[in-house]
Design a protein around this ligand. Structure first.
Ligand SMILES: [Zn+2]
Length: 339
C-alpha cells in the first residue's frame, strides 16, 4: 500500500464512522479497523514488507490513522474511551445483579446449629471419606450387617468408604475428648440409593450427641426428649411436640424413632401427615455401652444420648417440598421462592 492509498483508506474509514447510524454499526467499524484482526493491526504486522526507507513515514501515517479512527469511534460513543465515559456518569441507574438466596438445606443446617447452640451444643466436623472402624465397627454395626454391603455403601478398598451417616464424627469427637461432650454434627452422607422423589444417593444429616460423667451428671431418655421437643418447637413452630416409638439401632439402647406433631394440621390429621397427625423425623436413643468401650470410655462412668435426622427431610416438611430432587437441581425458579 502506498502512502496515497493509505490516506484514501483513512478518509473512507472516518467517513464511515461519521455515518454510522447506531452503536452496533460503530462497534462493527471498530472491529473492522482497530479490532484484533482489523485492517490497521494488519498493516502494522505487514510493516516488515515495506521498503526500509519508506518505513518511518509509513509507520507514522498508520499510527495517525489509528489515533484518528479511535478518536472518531470515541466521539460516536464506541470503543474503550466511550465505555469509560459511560462508567463515569454516576447519574446512570446501576446494573441489577440479583442477590440470590440461601439454599433450603443451608437454612435448615444453620437454623439447627443456632437452636442447639442455645442448649450448649457446639458444631463438630469430620471427613466424608471414612474408615470401616469409625463408620461401622465403633458404632456396633457388625460386618454382616446389610448396611456394610457393597450394594448399599460406596467402598474404596477394604477399609475406606464414603460415610453412610454423620455418626463417625461422634466417634472422632469422643476419641479426641473426655466427657462431657455436647456436639451436633451436620454433614453430607452417601448411600447407594436409587434416586426418586424421596431418596438420593447423597444427602445430609445432623446428628447430636451428649455424654456426661456418672454419677454426677446422669443423662436420661427424658433429657433427650426435652431437647428434641425444644428443637421441634423452635424449628417447626408452636404447638409442635414430639413422641417416641420403640425401635432398634445398633449404636443405641434403648432406641426410639421420633415423630413430630404435623405442623400443618397440629395433630388433627391432614394429607401431609396421611391423617395420622404425626410425621416421622428422627432416630435416637441412649448410647450403647459397646460404643463407649470402642472409643475408650468406661460405660460405668458415663451415660449419654444420641440423635440424628435428615436435613432434606426437615427442609421438605418445613417448606412443603414434595420431591427431594428439587433440592439438587439448582433451578433458580425453585431456589428463588424462599427469597
Ligand atoms: Zn397433618
Amino acid at each position: 500500500m502506498t502512502l496515497a492509498e493509505l490516506e484514501q483508506k483513512k478518509a473512507e474509514s472516518l467517513e464511515a464512522i461519521a455515518a454510522a447510524a447506531d452503536a452496533a454499526a460503530v462497534e462493527a467499524l471498530r472491529v473492522a479497523y482497530v479490532g484484533r484482526n482489523g485492517s490497521i493491526p494488519a498493516l502494522i504486522k505487514g510493516m516488515k514488507d515495506v521498503p526500509k526507507e519508506d518505513r518511518p513515514a509509513f509507520g507514522k501515517a498508520v499510527q495517525a490513522w489509528r489515533a484518528e479512527v479511535e478518536a472518531a469511534l470515541a466521539a460516536k460513543g464506541g470503543g474503550s474511551a466511550g465505555e469509560k465515559a459511560v462508567e463515569a456518569d454516576l447519574t446512570l441507574p446501576g446494573r441489577w445483579f440479583g442477590l440470590g438466596s440461601k439454599h433450603p438445606l443451608s437454612r435448615v443446617i444453620e437454623e439447627s446449629a443456632a437452636i442447639f447452640a442455645r442448649l450448649g451444643f457446639t458444631v463438630a466436623d469430620g471427613p466424608e471419606l471414612e474408615t470401616r472402624f469409625n463408620n461401622f465397627t465403633a458404632l456396633n454395626t457388625p460386618p454382616h450387617h446389610p448396611s456394610q454391603d457393597r450394594t448399599d455403601t460406596f467402598w474404596f478398598g477394604e477399609d475406606c468408604l464414603l460415610r453412610t451417616q454423620t455418626s463417625p464424627v461422634q466417634i472422632r469427637t469422643m476419641m479426641a475428648n473426655k466427657p462431657p461432650v455436647r456436639v451436633i454434627c451436620p454433614g453430607r452422607t452417601f448411600r447407594r440409593d436409587t434416586t426418586d422423589a424421596t431418596h438420593s444417593a447423597n444427602f445430609h444429616q445432623i446428628e447430636g450427641l451428649y455424654v456426661d460423667r456418672l454419677p454426677q451428671k446422669p443423662v436420661s431418655l427424658a433429657d433427650l426428649k426435652s431437647v428434641l421437643a425444644y428443637f421441634a418447637k423452635a424449628m417447626m413452630g408452636d404447638g409442635v411436640t414430639v413422641r417416641f416409638r420403640p425401635h432398634f439401632f445398633p449404636f443405641t439402647e434403648p432406641s426410639v424413632e421420633v415423630d413430630f406433631t404435623c405442623h400443618v394440621c397440629k395433630g388433627k390429621g391432614c394429607n401431609v401427615c396421611k391423617q395420622s397427625g404425626w410425621i416421622e423425623v428422627a432416630g435416637a436413643g441412649m448410647v450403647d455401652p459397646r460404643v463407649f468401650r470402642h472409643v475408650g470410655y468406661d460405660p460405668e462412668k458415663v451415660s449419654g444420648y444420641a440423635f440424628g435426622f435428615g436435613v432434606e427431610r426437615i427442609a421438605m416438611i418445613k417448606y412443603g417440598i414434595p420431591d427431594i430432587r428439587w433440592l439438587y437441581e439448582n433451578d433458580v425458579r425453585f431456589l428463588s421462592q424462599l427469597g
